[in-house]
Design a protein around this ligand. Structure first.
Ligand SMILES: Nc1ncnc2c1ncn2[C@@H]1O[C@H](COP(=O)(O)OP(=O)(O)OP(=O)(O)O)[C@@H](O)[C@H]1O
Length: 423
């Protein structure tokens, strides 16, 4: 091999090792679309895994959206066979013609691949995202006016559907991977949608080329993402520390010391509020910045507010964030089922026939003479879980009625804070 090619190969292997940072797991999966990035990763990882004694298995999802898809999956299968790597093709035929096709295909792809990984006992799966993908993601996030989190773009390691996804090529340019394949005379698939301007990612790719003369190239934007990821980690750590000091959980609500909260920097206040809302609703997507800022500004003036199915109010120097009654008033579940995605009832002995979980509401609260002794705001108690039999209130444990019943939160404090908190 000529020395320049050998040194390009060595550089790539080194970049991959740096991208893997941690030791390889004993069993690793790899998702290969047949495109240049993931095919090069297949060959690169084959070498690294063989040296490390790691078992490697590969997968391709055939979305059935293009006539060539099956042949492309076969191409990957042949490459894998050549290397002695097990390969499986998973077929997706679930497109119902509704909504955004790219999003539906991606969601289905990750679900299918996670199921494959679970079946094959592969807790970690590698993906072929490159510095170019990262840069395009940063640009697309700019269009959405992202902050530090959004501009951190894709993480080198993330968990989804119970699988750890690795992106060891995030610092490697797409072209370097194609050169690697060309040096080996290996064919890859060019996705024909690359020429199709209707997809934002493709438009972004082309816009990036226009920025290059200004020094805003893929390497620069991938660096921005890394810088933002470091800043994000510091902000999260600061949010953790602050939460441990000024936040407590009470009966499914989040309670914050108001003075301490308002003396925090704006970004920490925002993160605390977003965590509180997310812990209550279970929604992994944070609300937009502007309404969160408005909610916090309102609280500083002593005003109650609502956002994302939650309510906030200020009472005796504390900010209460809790489920909004209107968001759960129509939610009904059999008493032995989960209610509002997070509550479970525990009966004194067995569940009575026809017992249901519903919000306590104003009528129920009238039947709880001791509710004031709980120290909880009235508005908050309205949305707490109560056990009903028709119109008959059997118990409202969080409002001090029917003490033999209990209600338990399924969602642990870990959702809001790494520190153990009581509820
Ligand atoms: N059909 C597929 N089968 C297996 N793996 C795939 C498939 N499509 C994509 N991948 C994996 O995902 C990586 C990223 O692919 P691509 O950039 O096309 O996906 P995306 O949809 O743009 O991004 P993301 O999947 O992160 O949302 C590939 O390098 C490959 O590892």
């Amino acid at each position: 091999m000529d020395p320049r090619a050998a040194s390009a190969d060595a550089e790539l292997a080194e970049a991959l090792r740096a991208g893997l940072s941690d030791a390889l797991p004993p069993r690793l999966g790899i998702a290969v679309s047949g495109g240049g990035d993931s095919l090069a990763l297949l060959y690169l990882l084959h070498g690294v895994c063989a040296a490390a004694g790691t078992y490697l298995a590969s997968v391709t999802v055939d979305h059935g959206l293009r006539p060539e898809a099956a042949a492309e999956a076969d191409l990957v299968a042949r490459h894998a066979a050549e290397l002695g790597i097990p390969h499986e093709t998973l077929k997706w035929r679930g497109w119902g013609g509704q909504g955004n096709l790219q999003n539906a295909a991606r969601e289905a792809r990750y679900t299918l691949m996670a199921e494959w990984a679970a079946r094959g006992n592969l807790p970690v799966v590698a993906l072929g995202h490159t510095a170019d993908d990262q840069a395009e993601t940063v640009l697309m996030r700019l269009a959405r006016r992202a902050g530090v989190d959004g501009l951190s773009a894709m993480a080198p390691q993330s968990t989804r559907h119970g699988v750890t996804w690795l992106r060891p090529l995030l610092a490697v340019r797409r072209e370097a991977l194609r050169d690697y394949l060309r040096r080996r005379a290996l064919d890859w698939v060019e996705d024909p949608s690359n020429d199709d301007l209707q997809y934002t990612r493709i438009q972004t790719r082309q816009a990036l080329a226009a920025f290059e003369p200004l020094g805003i190239d893929a390497d620069a934007l991938a660096d921005v993402a890394r810088n933002m990821a470091v800043a994000r980690e510091a902000l999260e750590e600061q949010t953790d520390c602050t939460a441990r000091r000024i936040l407590r959980l009470d009966a499914g609500a989040v309670v914050l010391d108001a003075d301490a909260f308002h003396s925090q920097p704006e970004e920490i206040r925002r993160r605390l509020m977003v965590r509180a809302l997310g812990w209550i609703t279970g929604n992994p997507y944070p609300p937009r910045r502007a309404p969160v800022a408005a909610l916090i500004a309102g609280l500083a003036q002593g005003q109650a507010g609502t956002l994302d199915g939650c309510q906030t109010l200020l009472r005796r120097g504390e900010i209460w964030v809790f489920r909004e009654y209107n968001a759960v008033r129509d939610r009904v579940a059999p008493a032995d089922h989960l209610w509002d995605g997070r509550w479970r009832a525990v009966p004194p002995d067995t569940f009575p026939d026809g017992a249901e979980l519903r919000a306590l509401g104003p009528d129920g609260l009238l039947q709880c003479p001791d509710w004031r002794e709980t120290g909880r705001p009235r508005a908050m108690l309205l949305s707490t879980p109560a056990i009903w039999q028709g119109e008959n209130l059997l118990a409202a444990p969080l409002a001090g009625m029917g003490q033999k019943w209990h209600v338990q939160l399924e969602r642990g404090a870990g959702w809001i804070n790494s520190a153990p908190l009581s509820h």
